[in-house]
Design a protein. Structure first.
Length: 71
């Protein structure tokens, strides 16, 4: 939302993403619906391209580690 409202950021596309299948098998559709809802509520529908991400979540092994590197 900050990027959408910032006059110094030229946001051209939003890509909804999966949140995995732990809670639901429809996380991509739910993510897309949330993006569309927020754009509609902000009266910004059509001002930013919305393109769905991949049809399946990334496998856990493909996700980057969030653990800090130790020297």
């Amino acid at each position: 939302m900050h990027a959408l409202l910032s006059p110094s950021i030229d946001l051209v596309r939003i890509i909804p993403a999966h949140f995995g299948t732990r809670r639901t098998t429809e996380s991509m559709a739910e993510s897309r619906a949330e993006v569309d809802l927020l754009l509609r509520l902000m009266d910004l529908t059509g001002t930013v391209q919305v393109a769905d991400g991949h049809s399946a979540p990334c496998p856990t092994s493909a996700r980057p580690s969030t653990r800090p590197e130790h020297a």
